[in-house]
Design a protein around this ligand. Sequence first.
Ligand code: ATP
Ligand code: RIB
Length: 316
Amino acid sequence: MTDDDDAKVLVIGAVNVDLVVTAERLPGPGETVVGPDVSSHGGGKGANSAVAAARAGAAVRYCGAVGDDEMGTGALGELADEGIDVTEVARVDRVSTGAALIVVDPSGENQIAVGSGANARVAPDRVRAAVARAADWGAGCVLISTEITSEAAVAALKAAAEHGIPCVVNPAPVLDELVGVLSVPDILTPNSSELRDLYARTLPDDPRDPPEIEMATALAEHLDVSVVVTLGADGVLVVDRAGVTSVPAGEVESVVDTTGAGDTFNGVLAASLAGGLGLVAAARRGAAAASLSVAHVGARTGMPTAEAIEHAASGT
Ligand code: ATP
Ligand code: RIB
């Protein structure tokens, strides 16, 4: 792999507690479905990708916010147990820690409702300060996901650019305020539906519904950024100055829960870039890790170690 000992990543985004129900199918509007199992897991796109990056071998700082409740204490404890530095995290008085209600069907597909709680209180000044300190620390990558306030997300990516730290933005969800600053980060990592959304908002004159490769190429050219699209079981599409590369997903015997697959990809991508890999090699490592992650219930349960990623990537 890389000289990952030097890989330092700052992750900015949400942390949640996920309550997961496995059921025969996802509920429709107004419908109740009953499943046999319920379990509680650490979640939130920011915290999940921080865990993925740490397990992949990077030194990780995480910046976000939790409430002054037991869920917040537990969430921070879980991240610290992964070796993640949580000193940039705010504890907000009289606010709940973020939570997600997740239903998973037998194919591993999910339905998620998120209550933002403290994630909606991540302050722009906090993320600016965290980025400045990460620059002094020698961070090789800042990874930002957008389940926090748009002000904080935009402040974070502008600060990363000002400090010259390579910046990956996972636009999940696509925030209105993000659309005007999409050319600021180095790499955008939408999934298929986010890519469609970004394309429609950025190049709105196209009446067609073009294929992903066309949308990603047009977006990359228009914004002058690299675009890395995650396509579920179809793997990853990397569009950068060198051209277009298709990275296959790993083979999975049984897909149990795809929750957090994108977060695993983003965390390992950021760790690998910070460790010195080029974009395509980093995306290969991210895709191998993400495919390993879908075989278990819970966003973080199946996130692999560096050793497991190397094993899967080498096909042995
Ligand atoms: P989520 O929001 O659930 O975290 P996402 O929509 O952001 O996911 P996906 O594109 O679904 O991200 O998946 C990310 C990566 O995970 C894929 O590029 C692939 O490497 C891996 N992956 C996801 N689903 C599967 C699957 N069914 N089989 C193999 N690999 C998968
Ligand atoms: O990407 C998966 C995550 O999205 C879950 O852990 C849930 O908390 C939601 O934020």
